[in-house]
Design a protein around this ligand. Structure first.
Ligand SMILES: [Zn+2]
Length: 42
């Protein structure tokens, strides 16, 4: 019953290379930057 949790726990946690903030899975689209650092309005 813990398969999903174990799966995510075993994944390396992605972090923003700029601010070091931990990112969730959609971060793949932004390379190594979080939403704040890769904000389109900047
Ligand atoms: Zn960032």
């Amino acid at each position: 019953m813990m398969n999903v949790i174990e799966f995510f726990r075993n994944l390396p946690q992605k972090k923003c290379h700029k601010c070091g903030h931990a990112m969730v899975e959609k971060a793949d689209c932004y390379g190594n930057l979080c939403d704040e650092c890769d904000h389109p309005a900047r």
